[in-house]
Ligand binder design. Structure first.
Ligand SMILES: Nc1nc2c(ncn2[C@@H]2O[C@H](COP(=O)(O)OP(=O)(O)OP(=O)(O)O)[C@@H](O)[C@H]2O)c(=O)[nH]1
Ligand SMILES: [Mg+2]
Length: 347
């Protein structure tokens, strides 16, 4: 068993701020390296730990996800709490209750993986970019399977048009020489995570960077969809130092509370809207509309405006529903507290 120092595990001085050093010790911290249904695996300078789940009533946001630093309750062998996160990937959980699902935490670089085949999809790339920018991580778009197309540059060109200042690389994940295109993006003791649909080569890339042999499997020939080979979330040491997080392929990525991420992903478009004559311009037929002018001149793809509106609506809807849900929960909490106070004769 290899033991890693706090620094090697990705510890940053900023995490100290979330410890109460009078009562809590850095020696009791650990980093979550895998999340299972009923246990967590964690790494600390003391070695590998297996931790029990937190109490069932712990809110989702307060439960650890892969990459999290936790303070360990050594007596109960479970995380006592999660230290403040530097970055957090979260999405709207499936279903209608607007709850959040945590994906990974404390990631420095997010590799958004798609392939030079039918998986390639600009709206999806824009979703991932918004998620990563909202999380505060550094995005890189990697288009795998460049060896299976005649024109990888065409895919790269399309991605670059929506990527802003995010780099776009095309590569063959099975070719070791191509991996140099990736390693430049990962600093010492930093954490990298692979995001993308099933079958795009996330685990293939992770295996190449870590020397591990995690399961990969072929995709369906007819529609290039993967088989959801990776089921869990786990963090692995890379050969050159640092950590790589493998995640299951995402079937859908519904955005939640990513207004800021959306704004930076569509910065070019928002810049244009500021040049419109009317501040409340809807970019339909108003005179002096800079967005329409850019569409007419071919500088802006109209589809990008449509996609922005769709995502904006999605995020606003989620935020509004969440605010409503919180208000209801707060009101309900007040009812309970008053009822309790009544029972105890305090009112
Ligand atoms: N030719 C070629 N095959 C690739 C490339 N990248 C990945 N593959 C193959 O694509 C298939 C899927 O790769 P995985 O690494 O399992 O994909 P994944 O993204 O981890 O998929 P899930 O775990 O299901 O989310 C495997 O058969 C890989 O060998 C590439 O750049 N070129
Ligand atoms: Mg995988």
């Amino acid at each position: 068993m290899t033991i890693y120092s706090l620094e090697e595990l990705g510890w940053r001085p900023a995490f100290l701020q979330s410890l109460d050093l009078d009562q809590e010790s850095v020696d009791d911290t650990a980093r979550i390296s895998a999340v299972h249904r009923d246990t967590y695996e964690a790494l600390s300078p003391q070695g590998e730990l297996r931790l029990r789940p937190m109490p069932a009533d712990t809110p989702v946001e307060d439960r650890p996800t892969v990459g999290d630093w936790v303070l360990v309750d050594t007596a109960l062998e479970r995380p006592a709490r999660v230290l403040d996160r530097q970055t957090l990937f979260a999405r709207k959980a499936a279903g209608h209750d607007h709850s959040i699902q945590l994906i990974a935490a404390n990631v420095d670089t997010a590799v958004i993986v798609s392939s030079c085949n039918d998986d390639f999809n600009l709206p999806r790339l824009e979703r991932y970019l918004s998620l990563v920018r909202e999380a505060g991580a550094f995005p890189v778009i990697v288009l795998t399977k460049a060896d299976l197309t005649h024109d990888p540059d065409d895919y790269a060109g399309q991605a670059r048009r929506i990527a802003g200042d995010c780099a776009v690389e095309t590569l063959n994940a099975l070719d070791a020489a191509d991996l140099a295109k990736l390693t430049g993006w990962v600093g010492k003791n930093q954490t990298l995570a692979f995001l993308g649909s099933s079958g795009v080569g996330k685990t293939t890339l992770l295996n190449a960077l870590t020397g591990k042999d995690e399961a990969v499997s072929g995709i369906r020939e007819d529609d290039a969809k993967g088989r959801h080979t990776t089921r869990g979330r786990s963090m692995h040491r890379m050969i050159n130092g640092g950590w790589a997080i493998d995640l299951p392929g995402m079937r859908e990525l519904a955005l939640a509370g990513t207004q800021g991420g959306l704004e930076s992903t569509f910065g070019d478009l928002l810049e244009l809207t500021r040049e419109c004559r009317f501040s409340d311009c809807q970019h339909d037929r108003e005179p002096g509309c800079a967005v329409r002018a850019a569409i007419d001149s071919g500088d802006l793809d109209e589809a990008r405006l449509v996609r922005y509106r769709k995502l904006e609506k999605e995020v606003e809807h989620h935020d509004a529903s969440l605010a409503q849900r919180r208000a209801r929960a707060k009101a309900l909490g007040k009812v309970y507290r008053n009822a309790k106070a009544d029972r105890e004769g305090r009112r």
